[in-house]
Design a protein around this ligand. Structure first.
Ligand SMILES: Cc1cc2nc3c(=O)[nH]c(=O)nc-3n(C[C@H](O)[C@H](O)[C@H](O)COP(=O)(O)O)c2cc1C
Length: 186
């Protein structure tokens, strides 16, 4: 994991769990203006082509195309402000540093500290051209990461609110997105 200079010790306390992961993980600090990324792992950098110094301290919307990400952007914003929702998945059009467009399956779960949402953990998966098997592997890896991060968070006085257990499988979300795209082309 690569950390921002703004990352506080509680967040850095999660390092061991992040290091075990092979998928893209990010951590945003919701107490700082515009919720910047304070931690990104190598999986995120490889997927997006951005070095840590180009991604840290920025809101993750920098991955969205200049023409806009469409209605999903407002749904993500709504999720982040709605206190009754703990975790959610979205499919968002994103662009790599070299300009390659891809569909990003973005998972987010809130983390609480002292009764307040202080961090949001994000995981990203490039679904463009991926096999069903690759999607299953991502779901399994993310479930395991959330267990690992959750137990370490407990040791540092934080609670990971999401479990990834009750969300619909990524397959159904991806299928829904493809149907939506086909309809919007008609
Ligand atoms: C931890 C975290 C990771 C995120 N990852 C992505 C991402 O990979 N791609 C993306 O387009 N948006 C991502 N977002 C969402 C944007 O940062 C932002 O919340 C969204 O665009 C809605 O807010 P806005 O309308 O202020 O841009 C992430 C948000 C958080 C908190």
């Amino acid at each position: 994991m690569h950390w921002s200079q703004q990352a506080d010790p509680a967040a850095i306390g999660l390092e061991r769990a992040f290091e075990k992961s092979r998928i893209s993980l990010t951590l945003a600090d919701m107490t700082l203006p515009d919720a910047p990324l304070i931690g990104v792992n190598d999986g995120f950098c490889e997927m997006t082509g951005y070095e840590p110094e180009h991604a840290l301290d920025r809101n993750c919307r920098f991955l969205q195309p200049s023409g806009g990400a469409g209605p999903v952007r407002a749904r993500m914003r709504q999720f982040l402000t709605d206190e009754t929702v703990e975790e959610e998945k979205f499919v968002v059009p994103n662009v790599t540093r070299s300009g390659g467009e891809f569909l990003n399956l973005v998972y987010m779960t809130k983390l609480k500290r002292g009764g307040k949402v202080t961090y949001v953990l994000g995981s990203q998966f490039n679904i463009s051209g991926k096999s069903a098997n690759a999607v299953d592997m991502f779901d399994q890896a993310l479930k395991q990461d959330i267990v690992n991060i959750g137990s370490l968070a407990g040791e540092h006085g934080m609670i990971v609110l999401g479990t990834y257990q009750s969300l619909a499988s990524s397959h159904s979300l991806i299928a829904k997105t493809r149907v939506g795209q086909a309809e919007s082309r008609q």
